[in-house]
Design a protein around this ligand. Structure first.
Ligand code: FES
Length: 57
C-alpha cells in the first residue's frame, strides 16, 4: 500500500530501505527517499512502519 501518495512510496519500499540501510532516524530515512517532502501527511505512518521494521532486525 502507498504510505506517501505525493511521492508514490509504498510500505514495501520503506521496509526494504530500513532492512538494507538501517537508518537510525526518520531524517536518515528521508535521506534515502523523499518521503514527507510534499504535504507531510505520511510522516507519522512512515515513522511507525520504520520502527516496526527496526524492531524485527
Ligand atoms: Fe507524503 Fe504527501 S503523502 S508528502
Amino acid at each position: 500500500m502507498y504510505v506517501c501518495l505525493c511521492n508514490a512510496i509504498s510500505d514495501k519500499v520503506i521496509r526494504h530501505a530500513v532492512r538494507q540501510y538501517q537508518p537510525r532516524s526518520l531524517n536518515q530515512l528521508r535521506q534515502l527517499m523523499p518521503i514527507g517532502s510534499d504535504c507531510g501527511k505520511c510522516i507519522r505512518q512512515a515513522r511507525l512502519i520504520m520502527e516496526e521494521e527496526q524492531a524485527m532486525l
